[in-house]
Design a protein around this ligand. Structure first.
Ligand SMILES: [Zn+2]
Length: 81
């Protein structure tokens, strides 16, 4: 299966890992080591749909206490304005 960049239609990606922050209704799930595809042509980053679905599944599993997170962290926050 070949994936094409939604940005420039280039078919070649490099797979890297990043910290992904999922947010929904004021709740957050930080997902370290999330696979991300980086376009070899234009450098835009792109997440695989299955990866995002798995992150969403884990988020709701944790919200409903069906699964426990690896750890609980506090996020400092300060509005720009
Ligand atoms: Zn590209």
């Amino acid at each position: 299966m070949t994936t094409f960049s939604p940005f420039c239609a280039h078919p070649h990606f490099e797979e890297e890992r990043t910290d992904y922050l999922y947010s929904h209704a004021g709740n957050y799930l930080l997902v370290p080591n999330t696979p991300v595809l980086v376009c070899a042509n234009c450098g835009m980053i792109f997440y695989d749909g299955a990866v995002l679905e798995e992150i969403e599944r884990r988020f709701f599993a944790i919200q409903s206490h069906a699964e426990a997170p690896d750890q609980i962290i506090q996020l400092p926050s300060m509005a720009y304005a």
